[in-house]
Design a protein around this ligand. Structure first.
Ligand SMILES: [Zn+2]
Length: 245
């Protein structure tokens, strides 16, 4: 059974890769001549995809090793985990084009802040997608869950985390792959045991109750509307709760 400790180990590996990538990004950024915004932007357009790829691979490799170790500890046998692709050049360059507007404004450091947030998502994509991909192809048919690692998370992630441990199907794939926001601390983890999975501090049933109540109040199956309703109904439960209505 995968435990909170195993989860923490995986997220520490991801965080380490993110930290290194951010440090390199920061050093590169402050080496730019910010008095020439076009040139600075072009340099970032080249650098950002390389950095995201390099550390996305680091995170993917760490996640693959984690997966193999968990699998061996829980059911034995051998399995070679595959790595996720890294995020596309187009996606990383899109984030640069978006953030680069601030290079032409009063506070170019905003560009770095935005790119640093995006970098976290790009690097962790390598880890999350590696776990999801192996869960989908492993003949041992493990289950997976999307688990927030902080004490509180946003309504959207809580909604996805409320599904608990599930098999990867076309229907559930989005839980593993979709809609990670910048600075999202959710981790995709795998569980190989047939027993009821339990991660200390992760209560998918409680989350699911909130989801169902909000779904009923929203009168819709639309996930965005349900998440918005969750924010209003349970403001204390989320980092983005909406108080006072
Ligand atoms: Zn999240």
């Amino acid at each position: 059974m995968t435990t909170r400790r195993d989860l923490n180990e995986l997220s520490a590996l991801g965080s380490r890769a993110v930290e290194l990538a951010r440090a390199e990004l920061e050093a590169f950024f402050y080496g730019l001549d910010l008095s020439k915004p076009e040139l600075a932007r072009d340099a970032l357009l080249e650098f950002m995809p390389m950095l995201a790829q390099e550390y996305g691979d680091v995170a993917a490799t760490a996640a693959a090793e984690w997966y193999e170790a968990q699998r061996f500890a829980q059911i034995g046998g051998s399995y070679q985990a595959v790595l996720a692709d890294t995020v596309s050049v187009g996606q990383t360059q899109g984030s640069v084009r978006y953030a680069a507007g601030h290079l032409f404004g009063d506070d170019p450091s905003q560009t770095l802040a935005l790119l640093s947030g995006a970098m976290q998502r790009f690097v962790l994509y390598g880890a999350r997608d590696t776990i999801a991909r192996n869960v989908g192809r492993d003949s041992a048919r493990p289950r997976f869950a999307r688990v927030p690692t902080g004490a509180k998370t946003c309504a959207w992630c809580t909604m996805l985390a409320s599904r608990g441990f599930v098999y990867l199907t076309r229907e559930t794939a989005g839980i593993a792959r979709d809609h990670y926001h910048d600075d999202c601390d959710c981790q995709v983890i795998a569980d190989f045991s047939k027993d009821a999975a339990h991660i200390e501090g992760y209560d998918p049933d409680g989350m699911y109750d909130m989801y169902l109540a909000a779904r009923q109040a929203a009168g819709s199956g639309d996930q965005k509307m349900i998440a918005a309703e969750m924010r209003r109904m349970f403001p204390e439960s989320f980092t983005d709760g909406v108080a006072g209505n």
